[in-house]
Structure formats: C-alpha cells, structure tokens
Write a protein that binds this ligand. Structure first.
Ligand code: ZN
Length: 257
C-alpha cells in the first residue's frame, strides 16, 4: 500500500496549511473592523505592545506554551486565537476528505475561511465587514464560471435571491437585520448558487431560532438585545457547501412527487 500513507501526508499538510491560514485570519479579524492594515505593523500584544517573536506566533502551540498569557505583561490572550486556527484547519481537512481535488475543494478553500473570519468579527463587533463581503460576491461568481461547478445563471440568481430576501427583511423589520447580513446573503448565493442558498438560509433560520430561544429562556439575552445573525448564516453556508445540492434534490423529490 502506497496510497494510504501518501493520503495521510496530504491530510496533515492541509491541516498545517489551515492552521497557518487561521493564524492569518486572526490578523484579519483583529484589524479589518478597525480599518487597520493586514501587513503593518507586525503583530504585538494588545496589552503592552511588546512585539511577538516568531516563536510566540506559532498557531496553537504558542498559546499552549504560554498558557494563554502574554510573555511580557501576562495579559490573558483571547481563546479566539486557537479556536480560529483549529477551526480553520478542521473545516479545510473536512472539505478535503469530502471533496478531494475538485472545484468544490477550491470553493471551500475560499468560502470557509471567509465564513470563519466573518463569524468571529460579527460575534465581537456585531458587524459583517464590507471589506470581505463586497469583493467576495464577484469572487464567488468568477470561481463558479471558471470551474463550471455551477452555472453562472445559478450563481447570479443566488446573488439576487440572497441579497433581495434580506433587503425585504430589512425593509419589513426596520432594523432587525443589517446591511451586512444582506451582503453576506448575496455572497453565499454567489458561491453556492440559489438551490444550496435556500438550504443555507433554512439552516440559518432554524439554528438562529433555536439558539435565540435558548438564550431568551436562560435569561442570557433579553427580548430587545440583538443577537448577530451572521454566525448562523455562516454555519448554514458551510453546511450548504457540503450538503446543499443533495438537500435541495431531496426536498424537490419529497414535495414534488
Ligand atoms: Zn503583553
């Protein structure tokens, strides 16, 4: 057997790539919402501004070695850093195992890290940055046209459906949803096409409703407190990338005859 060890090496390589990409996403998450540059200045402790050495900047390992504290001032480092790194690695390895070398995997490598970043930013800042969603919409369309994974029309209808639906919700609810949700809806439509988009929205609404009900019931959120919807859209979008087309076909089969 030559194949199995080779496949294990590829899995490990993709996992390491995911950790490194997650480390970069942590820079994106920290700097995009405040309008900072992604390359300058170099990483430093937000508490004491001590510059991070290369060995303080190794994904996950540095966090474990430093027990989650800055080497210089001892300030607690957010759990967000290792969670984003491990999460990015996990979704990329899952996508590789599910799709192998394919257009789906290429889409996964672009879409899933973007969803990880937007989830973390929305949880922390209650906003979804235009800097990710606006370029992401044409990128999704172009990847689909270039690879032929889904038709350009499928992708364009997805953009209009995803954006349009949230526009209606925004107009009807007068502030219940934000423009960021609308642009993320359009982005998901661009990458997934309208069929898988419908599954993504379905998952997002069910998940959001369930989590919202639990937060209300346990008193962790009041009726008036906003709960960011971006993380649920991101989760729905990720699940739709894996299962959206099948779910749509199953729906049509079940309801259509
Ligand atoms: Zn420090």
């Amino acid at each position: 057997m030559i194949v199995a060890p080779f496949e294990a090496i590829v899995d490990v390589f993709i996992g390491l790539f995911g950790l490194a990409l997650g480390s970069f996403l942590n820079v994106v998450i920290a700097r995009i919402p405040v309008g900072g540059s992604l390359v300058h200045p170099p990483s430093a402790c937000p508490g004491c501004s001590a510059p991070l050495t290369w060995y303080d900047n190794i994904p996950v390992l540095s966090f474990v070695a430093l027990r989650g504290h800055c080497r210089a001032c001892g300030m607690h480092i957010s759990w967000r850093y290792p969670i984003v790194e491990v999460g990015t690695a996990a979704v990329l390895v899952l996508a590789w195992v599910a799709f192998g070398p394919s257009a789906e995997f290429l889409v996964a490598c672009v879409l899933l890290p973007a969803l990880v970043a937007m989830t973390a930013i929305d949880l922390q800042h209650q906003m979804i940055p235009d800097a990710i969603t606006l370029p992401g919409i044409p990128v999704g369309l172009v990847i689909n046209v270039a690879t032929g994974r889904i038709s350009w029309l499928d992708s364009v209808i997805g953009i209009l459906a995803g954006g349009g639906l949230f526009l209606l919700i925004i107009l009807a609810s007068r502030g219940g949803m934000g423009g960021g949700d609308m642009k993320l809806g359009a982005l998901l439509g661009a990458f997934l096409g309208w069929k898988a988009l419908l599954f993504a929205l379905f998952v997002a609404i069910v998940l959001g409703g369930a989590v919202g009900a639990v937060l209300l019931a346990t008193g962790r959120r009041g009726r008036k407190d906003p709960i960011p919807f971006g993380p649920f859209l991101a989760a729905g979008g990720a699940m739709a990338l894996f299962w959206g087309e099948q779910a749509f076909a199953w729906w049509m089969g079940g309801f259509g005859g």
